[in-house]
Design a protein around this ligand. Structure first.
Ligand code: NAP
Length: 256
């Protein structure tokens, strides 16, 4: 059992999906959780189920200046030991359909907001023993997915920033890692699952474990990265996809 008592954790995008599962798991492990999303009512509803004096930090991290401002608010409230940079949006656009406005939208939240929040928390993190930053990227940043060139670029950027920041802040004892989830059944997929026939089964067939993931599958790895059990791990991207992106698990051709 991982014990994070006495630690404070900020989770962005904590109102739903993976972020909500992380907030719950960190709270259950004894951490005090600071919850962010754009919607104060939604994070208040999640906080109502937590036990260790949770605090709300509503902010739209896609807006210029918002990451820095949120970091200042969190530092003024006492700072954090653990940051789970999870807030993000997906975007499906063919290269032919992509506009500059699309690129700005997805990079502003998935990259700029994440980076400015994280660097803004630097002094508070360096002052803690065993600080851990966990960035939620995606298998889309590891493999080349169809029709997601901009989204894929944001997640590759998150993994690259993870390694660079691990170099900058390793000497200060701050660890920086990312988790690249595969197919996790959350609201991010709802419209596609409701409108594209056979999508669930088709995609599942490419997963070695033959199931979609749940938010808790990611939260379990977040707990490990947040704890001292991973104290010699930094600059890593951990793929959590049930064996999809790096495992060939479809039907094998009959060859000798
Ligand atoms: N589900 C998957 O299969 C999958 C796979 C790979 C990677 N991921 C990544 O995992 C992360 C979480 O995804 P999810 O599946 O849990 O999606 P989700 O259910 O749509 O949740 C996204 C969360 O991010 C928040 N958010 C979105 N835009 C925001 C903004 N501008 N400022 C602050 N918060 C914002 C949302 O809250 P509000 O709407 O209330 O602001 C919500 O809490 C994302 O970074 C996503 O790219 C997901």
């Amino acid at each position: 059992m991982i014990d994070l008592s006495g630690k404070t954790a900020l989770v962005t995008g904590a109102s739903r999906g993976i972020g909500q599962a992380c907030a719950r798991a960190l709270d259950a492990a004894g951490a005090r959780v600071l919850l962010n999303s754009r919607n104060e009512q939604d994070i208040a509803a999640v906080a109502a189920g937590l036990t260790n004096d949770p605090q709300l930090f509503a902010a739209d991290l896609g807006v210029a200046g918002a990451g820095t401002e949120l970091a200042e608010r969190v530092a003024a409230a006492g700072g954090v030991d653990i940051v789970v940079n999870n807030a993000g949006i997906a975007m499906r656009r063919t290269p032919e359909d992509l506009t500059e406005a699309d690129v700005d939208r997805v990079f502003n939240i998935n990259v700029r907001g994440l980076l400015m929040l994280t660097v803004g928390l630097g002094e508070s993190l360096k002052a803690r023993d065993g600080a851990s930053i966990i960035n939620v990227s995606s298998v889309a940043g590891v493999i080349g997915p169809l029709g997601r060139v901009a989204y894929s670029g944001t997640k590759g950027a998150v993994d690259a920033m993870t390694r660079a920041l691990a170099a900058d802040w390793g000497p200060h004892g701050v660890r920086v890692n990312s988790i690249a989830p595969g197919l996790i059944e959350t609201d991010i997929w709802r419209e596609n699952l409701e409108t594209i026939d056979g999508l669930r089964e088709n995609m599942q067939a490419g997963i070695a474990l033959r199931r979609w993931g749940a938010g808790s599958d990611i939260a379990d790895v977040v707990l490990w990265l947040a704890s001292d059990l991973s104290s010699y791990v930094t600059g890593e991207t951990i793929v959590v996809d049930g064996g999809m992106s790096r495992v060939r698990s479809g039907a094998a051709p009959e060859v000798k």
